[in-house]
Design a protein around this ligand. Structure first.
Ligand code: BGC
Length: 362
């Protein structure tokens, strides 16, 4: 689907073939520790699995760990263990972006290459690379969808929205919100878009650990306080940064009496199976597809190139700053998915089996 995937797969295919015909481990084999934040979300299970099989196929040794459900102390312990067991590369998605400075402090001295995967790790000078989808762009896409569906640029009608954002300890939450506000703030300033709760900052709108139940709770409170409902106060859209939060918001809206015919527009990202079904059913407006297979392959390619002393693929050296300066990054292109292109992007491409999604199987 994305143009670099073919050459990446081909390159890694060559490595796998090389391994099959050589008895001794190649000198460039890396020991890679992968640290994922939670085993409770489809996307991190997929990412971890894809990286492990990609790295192993390329001849590297892998330890894959999940930090329970965003258990920050456990993640630190698991990373420390992988370091003491001789990891030469660490690929980390931080449960809390600020929590890893101490555990990573000797990595450069020990020649351990640290790659931040999907989420930037803050405050450490020991970070070598960042590989992610462009999170700012994701926020822009979510808001552009809303702008186009509500005809914000052309209609004279006032539109009413509420805003949600991701977990405060995840750097992506800030980039996504800033991206969305870059589109929506001018309308909010003009008063053509109204956020009745007046809650638009990260501080006010964040959902800890992107938990659907916390999103549902906040949405239910807003419904109660402001009287939103199909027969009540008008609400046109709820800006939602990802699919787990969208599920919580949609659950609260349904409990307030909304259905397919009148539910406010919501957005998301990840194209989780359950949310794809919500889009098909007309309950969620759009999601952003981030092909985690491609992201995982890019992380594998970074390790592979680095261990062989080749040029590590990066395409952005200025946009993502971890507090100590910009980090060399490879940013992948997200794809907007709504009812109109869902079949082509997710089913025809073979990413999901249509019958599994339509039957509502997890
Ligand atoms: C990721 C999203 C994910 C969220 C919750 C973010 O850092 O970029 O894809 O939905 O975490 O797991």
């Amino acid at each position: 689907m994305l143009n670099y995937s073919k050459s990446l797969r081909a390159a890694l295919g060559v490595c796998a073939a090389f391994m099959l015909c050589c008895a001794a481990a190649p000198v460039w084999a890396a020991r890679v520790g992968i640290s994922m934040p939670t085993d409770q979300r489809q996307r991190w299970l997929d990412d971890g699995y894809e990286m492990k099989i990609g790295l192993e196929a390329a001849g590297h040794e892998v330890a894959l760990t999940y930090a329970g459900d965003n258990d920050v102390a456990l993640q630190k312990k698991q990373i420390a263990e992988m370091i003491s067991q001789g990891a030469t590369f660490l690929i980390i998605t931080a449960a809390d972006r600020n929590s890893l400075v101490e555990v990573l402090k000797d990595c450069r001295d020990k020649k351990i290459t640290v790659i931040a995967y999907d989420r930037l790790i803050a405050g450490t000078p020991n970070l070598s690379y960042y590989v992610s989808f462009d999170n700012y762009k994701i926020g822009v896409m979510q808001a552009r969808y809303l702008e186009s569906m509500l005809e914000l640029a052309t209609s004279k009608q006032k539109r009413y929205i509420e805003i949600f954002s991701g977990s405060k300890d995840d750097s992506n939450a800030t980039y996504i919100l800033n991206g969305s506000l870059s589109v929506l703030q001018p309308y909010l300033d003009k008063g053509t878009v109204v956020c009745r709760s007046a809650q638009t900052s990260l501080e006010q709108t964040a959902v800890q650990n992107w938990r659907p139940e916390l999103a549902e709770q906040r949405m239910s409170e807003l419904i109660k306080e402001l009287g939103y409902g199909p027969e009540g106060t008008k609400l046109d859209a709820v800006l939602s940064p990802n699919d787990s939060i969208a599920r919580g918001i949609i659950a609260a809206l349904q409990k307030a009496g909304y259905d397919q015919s009148n539910i406010p527009l919501t957005e998301g990202q990840d194209c989780d199976k359950r949310n794809v079904k919500l889009i098909v059913d007309g309950l969620q407006g759009m999601s952003v597809f981030k092909d985690t297979r491609e992201l995982a392959l890019m992380a594998v390619a970074m390790v592979d190139a680095s261990v062989k002393g080749q040029e590590v693929p990066v395409n952005d050296t200025t946009s993502y700053d971890n507090g100590l300066g910009p980090v060399s990054a490879f940013l992948m292109e997200p794809v907007m998915v709504s009812r109109g292109n869902l079949r082509e992007v997710l089913f025809d491409s073979g990413y999901y089996d249509e019958s599994v999604i339509l039957n509502g199987q997890p």
